[in-house]
Design a binder for this molecule. Structure first.
Ligand SMILES: [Cu+2]
Length: 159
């Protein structure tokens, strides 16, 4: 039994190590960050979107800012429908409920990379630093996915 537990523990450690290598997972304070990705751009496109899930294992916190070496500025945005028109507006902060989670995802809140210094190509990985009001700052790796891949993430329905 003890051996079995050791094996299981070994597996857990191994899995933990591997998810760290693909570091779209990160942790700072009580905030767990997962599922980070950015969407590839076409040449000349000056902006790109980034998405990420934030899970809070502690008291309520806020995502208050972000920055990246590949963009002159990273803003927090949200989308809303005004009749049939999608509007994007800038947020001062994204609330993360205590012991809860918030997801920045397609069609909703997102990170907006402004003034891209280089186009984002699928397969690349960029780094974005997230800043939380309480938990502090953490650098997160965002793999770049093509528009198609990014879309298929959300189509769990069978065609
Ligand atoms: Cu935006």
């Amino acid at each position: 039994m003890k051996n079995l537990l050791n094996v299981l523990f070994g597996i857990l450690v191994a899995v933990g190590c591997c998810t760290n290598i693909f570091a779209q997972e990160a942790k700072v304070g009580s905030i767990n960050i997962s599922g980070a990705y950015a969407v590839a751009t076409v040449p000349g496109q000056p902006v790109a979107e980034g998405f990420v899930k934030l899970m809070d294992m502690g008291p309520a916190d806020q995502l208050v800012g972000a920055s990246s070496p590949v963009a002159t500025e990273v803003q927090l945005h949200t989308m809303s429908m005004d009749g049939n028109t999608m509007h994007m507006s800038q947020l001062k902060a994204v609330d993360i409920p205590a012991n809860g989670s918030v997801e920045l995802k397609k069609g909703g809140m997102h990170l907006m990379l402004m003034g891209l210094k280089t186009p984002l190509k699928a397969g690349d990985t960029i780094s974005i630093k997230l800043k939380f009001a309480k938990a502090g700052e953490v650098e997160v790796k965002f793999p770049v996915k093509s528009m198609g891949d990014a879309r298929s993430d959300h189509s769990s329905m069978k065609m």
